[in-house]
Write a protein that binds this ligand. Structure first.
Ligand SMILES: NC(=O)C1=CN([C@@H]2O[C@H](COP(=O)(O)OP(=O)(O)OC[C@H]3O[C@@H](n4cnc5c(N)ncnc54)[C@H](O)[C@@H]3O)[C@@H](O)[C@H]2O)C=CC1
Ligand SMILES: O=C(O)[C@@H]1CCC=N1
Length: 282
């Protein structure tokens, strides 16, 4: 990739797990920031060693110190530890810094209430394909976030996939759909690979064919802008194989099951937010 302009900010990741790792890698690969502009904090020393060795970024154990150093503070632990994380951030964060949450469920209001008055907060919901620059992220502005803040966060996530700016009330729905969606798709790919084995294919070729079919179908949809129903119709010859398979999927309630799954996951995101808000005393 590579960008004409650099991001002239110091960026801290509080919680340096899967998603933070994807962001660090993406920021460095795009050339948008240099390793010395990144500080990763985690409670697992082995993870810090790994990131330090791999990327040459600064690592440490103190959320407060990293927050005090940074212009942009990513809140990237699990939502369940936000009640411990936020007081440490509140102690450290500078008044001109921006806080960016990637946590499922936690409302912006709950974060703002725990940070100094006027704190600028942006809430996001990325997904794991960001690890290979194919992420899908939704971004929502907090009360005091500026258009420049949103543009900066959008740019960071656009480096590792696509992003959309939405109203915060839609973020739990995004969590149920694209945030959690990779898990659904991996289940589908695994099931298709199993199916391929059942009808006589070797595991390796079955899995590769299944995965490429998902990738290619998504690419076809995005690049043509066609309605998915029309693209489905292109596959289904009269009296052919695809319509026979589709009949079985309809009988198995695949559409309803997927709709239920997204609805359940959305409700779970909301619940995580309510639990966290309660623990945060709000
Ligand atoms: N995994 C996913 O598919 C997605 C996750 N998210 C959100 O991203 C956040 C992080 O998720 P993952 O990266 O998957 O989790 P993870 O478990 O890989 O990373 C979280 C990291 O935080 C560290 N940690 C725990 N307590 C800490 C503390 N007090 N201070 C500093 N670090 C601490 C853990 O050791 C761990 O390395 C979560 O809030 C999750 O809701 C958002 C979108 C997708
Ligand atoms: O399961 C979770 O809580 C996280 C958030 C979105 C995807 N994984």
């Amino acid at each position: 990739m590579g960008h004409a302009t650099k991001i002239d900010k110091r960026i801290a990741f509080l919680g340096a797990g899967n998603m933070a790792g994807a962001l660090v890698r993406g920021l460095l690969a795009s050339g948008a920031v240099d390793a010395q502009q990144i500080w990763c904090v985690d409670v697992r020393p082995e993870r810090l060693d790994e990131l330090g060795k791999k990327h040459g970024v600064r690592v440490g154990r103190s959320n407060r110190e990293a927050a005090a150093w940074a212009d942009v503070v990513f809140l990237a632990t699990k939502p369940q530890v936000f009640d411990r994380l936020l007081p440490e951030v509140a102690e450290g964060i500078r008044s001109e810094a921006l806080a960016v949450s990637i946590a499922a469920g936690i409302p912006i209001a709950a974060i703002e209430a725990r940070l100094p008055p006027g704190a600028r907060v942006v809430r996001t919901m990325p997904n794991t394909p960001a690890i290979v620059d194919a992420g899908a992220t939704a971004i929502a502005a907090g009360t005091h976030a500026t258009p420049d803040d949103l543009a900066l966060v959008k740019r960071i996530f656009d480096d590792i996939g696509i992003s959309v700016v939405l109203d915060e009330m839609l973020l739990d729905a995004v969590t149920g759909l694209s945030g959690s969606g990779p898990a659904y798709i991996f289940l589908i790919i695994e099931a298709l690979a199993d199916a391929g084995v059942k009808v006589g294919l070797h595991r390796d070729s079955a899995q590769l064919l299944a995965a490429q079919t998902v990738l290619g179908s998504a690419k076809l949809l995005i690049e043509t802008g066609e309605h998915p129903g029309r693209l489905k119709d292109m596959v289904t010859s009269p009296g052919g194989t695809a319509i026979a398979g589709l009949h079985t999927l309809e009988a198995g309630g695949l559409r309803k099951t997927l709709m239920d799954a997204v609805e359940t996951a959305t409700a779970r995101a909301r619940q995580l937010g309510e639990d966290a808000s309660k623990k945060l005393g709000k």
